[in-house]
Design a protein around this ligand. Sequence first.
Ligand code: KG4
Ligand code: ZN
Length: 349
Amino acid sequence: MRTLGIETSCDETAVAVLDGDGTVRFSLISSQAAAHAPYLGVVPELAARRHLEALPRLLAEADRQAGLRSIELVAVTRGPGLIGSLLVGTCFAQAYAWGRGLPLVGVDHLEAHLVSPFLNLDGHPARPLPERTLSLVVSGGHSSYFLLDPGGAQPLNRTRDDAAGEVFDKVAAALGLGYPGGPVVDRLADGGDPRAFAFSAPRIKDPRGGLDFSFSGLKTMVIRAAQERAALPLADPASPPQVVLDLLASFRHTVVTWLLAPLDELAERHRPQCVAASGGVAANRELRRRLAAWGERSGVEVLLPPLALTTDNAAMIARAGQLRAARGRLDDPLALRAYPRAPWKRMAS
Ligand code: KG4
Ligand code: ZN
């Protein structure tokens, strides 16, 4: 079914059109980052209002470039996310589907990140999901490994406090590097020495055998180390002193090391056909590099989404919607409910 995807869970308004086989025909993301930058984080009220302004514009562009007349299914993010932002997207999609008499499917945002590594932007169909994928979702709100199969996904661990992307954002904010922090820290870290600083790993009491993450202690250590060595916020954020570059390189190196730490054990336990990563932090250059190297070492295929599909986008929403609709899981356009928090243990899609 040719599908229109709509994503508004946080601060990116996105619309996409996919053919029935998952070929991405159109994917447009309108970022609100500049509007939120002065506040160093997303302002929920502002985000909701911006979504409302952006959606009609994006839809008109989708119609111009891909044609919306042949759409057969509408997919929209239901949650988790900012409730005001989600409501704008779901109400918009409900009205659109109802007005045109099209079927509607509500999609979980995480479920969508999980299918993003199987999409491409080269005009080819989406890859079918293998029997078992070990999949790391790592974004501003999540840091978890999942076992993904064609019937759904099961979380294998979680973060006890901050998500990895959130920690990139908070460290960057404390140093005066702006928002979002991940991309700028990633870029600056390339100019530093990742061995310059060593950070102690958190000790977590974990009945599941020490697989959970914890990043908030690292955030505090990095900010404290920065305060001891430079005046914050940095006077010239565009070219920080070498010691700050070394600190950021060591910080990025530590986050990636901790994210990859459970990989051997999880791969041993679950014997996946492939390992994937998704979410905004999956754009991180060191993570991509080291994950690819792990794949070569261990002989397991590693799948990463194209860079443009790591952060929030609507192509992944449309694809998750197609897979859900194929299992007959449609929603009533007059009764779709958005939810701010993840409601599941096993995500049966
Ligand atoms: O998936 P996403 O767009 O939104 C959520 O669902 O959270 O992820 C956004 C997060 C932000 O925290 C951002 O700083 C981080 O992804 N991010 C990165 C990079 N690019 C984006 N973190 C590290 N390195 C990057 N290159
Ligand atoms: Zn996301």
